[in-house]
Design a protein around this ligand. Structure first.
Ligand SMILES: *Cc1c(COP(=O)(O)O)cnc(C)c1O
Length: 388
């Protein structure tokens, strides 16, 4: 084997690719990877088709098409009351994934510590490592998965430079409350930290009592916060990989500098269509929310009826179960056995923890699938022996 760089040591294949391959190999129903099995709005798909036919097939400008940057600025204004200059405070990225990569490469020096909520989205781990940073996880713990203010304060060291936040949070479904965000803001202000906040599920808050509050809207936070989002989750277009970063001019400029050497630009014909999503199809996420709430209740209720204790998430499209009551000491073993036992694939959340004990019993299910698929999965689970 030829030598490889330490930058990628331990980052081999993501658990999603592994579990999706397992689903394909065994013909099992895939409740693992979080992509919907129904596409986003026709008017948006049609806009992309027209853009392809109208010859929008060459490079879009590096920071993104003006029409899309304006639509993103208008979206941040309409939904969150943030007033942005579309030319200097908005940049289009190749999904939120590139936003995460470019933000970390632009803002983290080797040896800098980055505080991150765990269970974490796995690209955070990879990109903190590739940037040469050191991750300092703060654990959202079962059964409630709320932010532990003391743990957050205790995670700060003289080397901390950044908090990488995610709300609504994958995979716990926690939507950080205004009070929890105020704790984050206080820590960031006290220690002069930059915050990168991943808000790709901003429109997928399913609990009427919960509310998505962008961290950048808290007093004094805009100046130190980069906000990331994308069209994928909220408009059921995960394959398009069109996202955006917004924030103060200096942070957006830094992110753009790194981004231009990653992809420079992407999705030329998709960018005008995403502008249509944010304007003409702005109400699509509200309808998706209603239907996702039903599907969440159906899956969580079904799992609980089967004796699988399952947390009701406030948002996103994931629910976490604790399989220790079924006699499993390890969620990974449960997930390995599940395709053969039941013909269903789920993801062990232990993969998203440094604190292995905190995640050992947790299994993640995606409920962004058609009702029939969830029914079939629950039927299969009901017929299987789920005990260790
Ligand atoms: C899906 C997801 C992303 C990736 O977003 P893309 O726009 O598809 O790149 C980023 N963060 C979280 C928490 C996600 O669940």
């Amino acid at each position: 084997m030829r030598p490889t760089a330490s930058r990628i040591t331990g980052l081999e294949t993501t658990v999603f690719a592994e579990m999706s391959a397992l689903a394909a190999r065994t013909g099992a129903l895939n409740l693992g990877q979080g992509f919907p099995d129904e596409d986003g709005p026709d008017v948006v798909v049609e806009a992309a088709r027209q853009a392809l036919r109208a010859g929008h097939n060459q490079y879009a400008p590096g920071p993104g098409l003006p029409v899309l940057r304006e639509a993103v600025a208008a979206h941040q204004g309409r939904h969150h009351g943030l007033e942005l200059d579309p030319t200097s405070q908005v940049v289009v990225t190749t999904g939120a994934t590139e936003g995460i990569a470019a933000a970390l490469l632009a803002l983290v020096n080797p040896g800098d510590e980055v505080i991150v909520l765990e269970p974490y989205y796995d690209s955070y781990v990879a990109m903190i490592q590739m940037a040469g940073g050191v991750r300092r996880p703060v654990t959202l713990r079962a059964p409630d998965f709320r932010l532990d203010a003391e743990a957050l304060r205790a995670a700060v060291t003289p080397r901390t430079t950044m908090i990488l936040l995610n709300t609504p949070h994958n995979p716990t479904g926690t939507v950080l409350s205004r009070a929890e965000l105020q704790v984050v803001a206080d820590v960031a202000t006290t220690h002069d930290l930059t915050v990168v906040t991943d808000e790709v599920y901003e429109h997928l808050v399913l609990d009427p009592d919960a509310e998505h509050v962008p961290l950048a809207t808290l007093p004094g936070m805009f100046e130190r916060t980069l906000t990331l989002s994308s069209v994928g989750k909220s408009w059921s277009l995960t394959g398009w990989k069109v996202g955006w970063a917004t924030g103060p001019t200096d942070l957006v400029a830094a992110l753009t500098t790194a981004k231009q050497w990653l992809t420079y630009t992407s999705g030329g014909p998709l960018q005008p269509a995403v502008a249509v999503a944010l304007t003409e199809a702005y109400d699509f996420p509200a309808a998706l929310r209603t239907s996702l709430r039903e599907r969440r209740d159906h899956l969580v209720g079904g799992l609980r009826d089967l004796g699988v204790p399952t947390h009701l998430p406030q948002g996103t499209y994931f629910a976490l179960s604790d399989v220790s009551d079924l006699g499993w000491s390890d969620a990974a073993a449960f997930c390995d056995a599940l395709p053969e036992r039941a013909g269903v694939v789920a993801i062990p959340a232990s993969a998203f923890h440094d604190d292995v004990e905190a995640g050992r019993h947790l299994v993640r299910w995606a409920f962004c699938k058609r009702r029939e698929v969830l029914d079939e999965a629950l039927d299969k689970l009901a017929r299987a022996d789920l005990h260790a």
